[in-house]
Design a protein around this ligand. Structure first.
Ligand code: DAH
Length: 339
């Protein structure tokens, strides 16, 4: 019998279990009522009196040994399985990845900061507007094509309610509600009935500036824009102004900045001209002042408007406008370090 005990001890020393169920199987095999060790206890009854002490001790030691070994196996496995289910409360929490700022927000914030340093305050206006604030007060003729369904999204006709096509509408609100001197910048979404392509979208973002006071001149406008260009594009940036037309400014100009990619030498981004168009601007038309109740004899002012998508394209080298609105994190994450 001692021989059998030895054999079993050796066997138990080598047992392994890969799951809690397997450990339970081993417990049944060795320690249950019909298990191997229980059988030894049965046999023990027939052992001669002089051997009882020695064999009794050996069987008991074996039983304790088996219990300890199987318990250890089971505890280890239980711990592993709980961890596997992800409910080990002692583990440190998984860190959550922060989102990144959208390139449009990065550029918008940077531009607004520059104008805030010049004393402009940020103002806001609605995206859903009436004809007056988007067109009428801004001196658009009744037959101007922007007033056509082809170009503008109308929500309602007569009276016309529409999605603003530019942030110049906020100028009108500012002129109606504030007294000069007025120095405001606004930003926001604008909507146009355009086919979506790599260079056009039916929804995009603009920033608009307005400065009204006594004796505001074209030189003030130019100097403000030079300051902006150098702050945003770098010390070496230069601007040029080309005569243009907008119904709400007179004179009007379109502004180009020297191409920051080739330094003005000419490349495919600037189509070999060395210049990139960035905004429209001009001196506020006296009609616009009168429409909003500002004395055009006493006050002059300038305004400018720029498209944020376009500026962000130049800044980050983005070549397709649609990428901004697809919200693919692989695109959005690239601008993380930029703010
Ligand atoms: N509103 C014009 C546009 O959407 C941009 C613009 C041009 C704004 C000249 C202005 C300005 O304030 O003076 O194309």
């Amino acid at each position: 019998m001692l021989e059998r005990i030895k054999e079993l001890k050796k066997e138990i020393e080598e047992i392994v279990a890969n799951s809690v169920e397997e450990a339970e199987g081993l417990r049944i095999k060795y320690l249950s009522k019909k298990g191997e060790i229980s059988k030894l206890f049965e046999e023990f009854r027939n052992v001669s009196a002089d051997q009882k002490k020695e064999i009794g001790q050996a069987v008991n030691t074996l039983k304790e040994f088996a219990q300890e070994k199987i318990n250890l196996l089971r505890e280890g496995l239980q711990e592993q399985e709980t961890k596997g289910y992800g409910i080990d409360l002692t583990l440190p929490g998984e860190s959550m990845k922060l989102g990144t700022r959208h390139p449009i927000s990065i550029v918008k914030n940077e531009i607004l900061e520059i104008f805030k340093r010049l004393g402009f305050v940020v103002s806001e206006g609605p995206e859903i507007e009436d004809d007056w604030h988007v067109f009428g007060a801004l001196n658009f003729a009744d037959d101007h094509p922007a007033r056509d369904m082809q170009d503008t999204f109308f929500i309602q006709r007569d009276p016309d309610i529409l999605l603003r096509t530019h942030t110049s509408s906020v100028q009108v609100h500012d002129m109606e509600t504030k007294k000069p001197p007025i120095r405001t910048v606004t930003f926001g979404r604008v909507f146009r009935n355009e086919a979506i392509s790599y260079r056009a979208h039916c929804m995009f973002h603009q920033i608009e500036g307005l400065y009204i006071d006594e004796n505001v001149s074209f030189a003030d406008l130019k100097q403000t824009l030079i300051y902006f260009a150098k702050e945003f594009f770098g010390e070496n940036a230069e601007i040029r102004m080309r005569p243009s037309y907008f119904p709400f400014t007179e004179p009007s100009a379109e502004v180009d900045v020297s191409c920051s990619i080739c330094g003005g030498k000419g490349c495919n981004v600037c189509k070999n001209t060395g210049w990139l168009e960035i905004l429209g601007c001009g001196m506020v038309d006296p009609h616009v002042f009168e429409a909003s109740g500002i004395d055009s004899k006493k006050y002059t002012g300038f305004a400018f408007g720029l498209g944020i998508e376009r500026i962000a394209m130049l800044k980050f080298g983005i070549n397709d406008l649609r990428l901004y609105f697809e919200n693919d994190v692989r695109f959005l994450q690239q601008f993380e370090s930029a703010h």
